[in-house]
Design a protein around this ligand. Structure first.
Ligand SMILES: *Cc1c(COP(=O)(O)O)cnc(C)c1O
Length: 411
């Protein structure tokens, strides 16, 4: 008997599988620029090559700018945002530690799961979908649980498109002698993330949202206070791969400047991250935030003119992630399929209780452009009209362009 595996289907050229292009206006990934793609196509070198070690230092410098921090312990985890989350929790939480998680959507609930799986004592402070994490209610929990070690929350909740007040929440944590652990996956690069000014102790992010690099890497940063807590752990970190005491032998030079192999870094994806950080530096954080805010103003003006409603209150809306209610009688998948097929345009579906009821339109990083705002409104108008929801696409475009002009001249 022949046990060899024969070719059942000959693998075809990638071009036969992948579309030539997509305009990515969902919850991530966002469009990766030609310069970042080109950077990632440079020759693969060894992860311990002196040239790569030099690049690692540059990436850490670029990340410190993006996070607005002087934290030495700032580096990219070689795995997606979810691994950044696990890095923070698994290194900081020991069995029996009390952790307050203030949550208002899918990603906050994932934090709860992390705490439970690590044997921590979870205290949930739950907020309704579409609401921000409210500092006053969090302070009640901090007062009721003076033994809590960590306060965790999501800065920009991608499932609902809501921004919470990270500065206020981190300050409360510090006031109650608690470490703050913040998800900045969707916020970094899109709205201000000021790790040092907030006094945040552990933050994680992702490369594929507003940094517009390829998916698969998670920048993290830890304050010296958090680093000291990790160093003083009584038990070893359960995850070998994410254990900072081991990872940092690779990301930081030890005694005598030596670095030790821990895992093989995704070298080419790191080239991409470097180039996206360089783009961010060139544009400047303030300009990048302003661009996201402007495009959001244009998009929302157009969406309203199409007759659509935005369930999140205006003052807590994320510019980079716009949640839109799906009109009565319109089927979510009909529209998203139509946009993909006819316009190469991807928008996001709703999650959890929002599934089938909302779309999530991303304006993240390179995807936050005037061209994308107008294309999205024109395409969505066409899709809705085709499927029986009558709307005036021309009016929507004109509303968006007027709003854009106004917001940009009133900077
Ligand atoms: C996307 C996202 C994550 C997870 O990142 P992955 O790279 O998909 O693992 C975590 N938190 C928030 C708020 C996100 O938007």
């Amino acid at each position: 008997m022949n046990n060899s595996v024969t070719v059942e289907n000959k693998l075809v050229d990638l071009k036969a599988i992948l579309p030539e292009k997509r305009i990515l206006m969902g919850p991530g990934p966002s469009n990766v620029s030609a310069r970042v793609l080109a950077a990632s196509a440079m020759a693969t070198i060894g992860h311990l090559d002196p040239a790569f070690l030099a690049l690692m230092e540059e990436i850490k410098t670029g990340l410190r700018y993006a996070f607005q921090t002087k934290n030495t312990l700032t580096f990219p985890v070689s795995a997606p945002g979810s691994a950044g989350m696990e890095t923070c929790f698994t290194n900081l939480v020991e069995k029996g530690d009390k952790v307050i998680v203030a949550h208002n959507g899918v990603f906050g609930k994932r934090m709860c799961e992390n705490v439970e799986r690590l044997g921590g004592e979870l205290v949930e402070v739950a907020f309704a979908w579409g609401e921000a994490v409210e500092p006053a209610k969090v302070e009640q929990a901090l007062t009721a649980h003076p033994d809590a070690k960590i306060l965790a929350f999501v800065h920009a909740e991608t499932s609902t498109g809501v921004l919470s007040d990270a500065a206020a929440l981190c300050a409360l944590a510090a006031k109650h002698d608690c470490l703050s652990l913040v998800d900045t996956v969707t916020s970094l690069g899109g709205v201000p993330v000021n790790v040092d000014a907030w006094g945040a102790d552990a933050v994680y992010s992702g490369t594929q949202k507003c940094l517009s690099s390829m998916p698969g890497i998670s920048p993290v940063s830890f304050s010296s206070k958090a680093a000291a807590v990790i160093k003083a752990r009584k038990t070893p970190v359960a995850s070998w791969f994410l254990d900072l005491s081991l990872v940092m032998n690779y990301w930081e030079a030890g005694a005598g400047g030596a670095r030790v192999y821990h895992h093989t870094a995704p070298v080419n994806a790191m080239y991409g991250l470097y180039e996206s950080l360089r783009s961010l530096q060139e544009e400047g954080l303030t300009a990048a935030h302003a661009r996201h805010a402007h495009m959001h103003i244009g998009l929302t003006a157009g969406l309203k003119a199409l007759g659509l409603t935005l369930p999140v209150a205006a003052q807590i809306r994320l510019p980079q992630l716009n949640v839109v209610s799906i009109p009565e009688g319109i089927k979510d998948t009909d529209i998203r399929r139509y946009l993909l097929k006819n316009f190469n345009l991807e928008i996001g579906a709703g999650l959890g209780p929002y599934a089938g009821k909302t779309w999530r339109i991303g304006l993240m990083g390179n995807s936050a452009t005037r061209e994308n705002v107008t294309l999205c409104l024109a395409a969505l108008g066409d899709a809705l009209n085709t499927h029986g929801f009558k709307c005036d696409t021309g009016k929507a475009l004109s509303a968006a362009l007027t709003a854009l002009k106004y917001s940009e001249t009133n900077e």
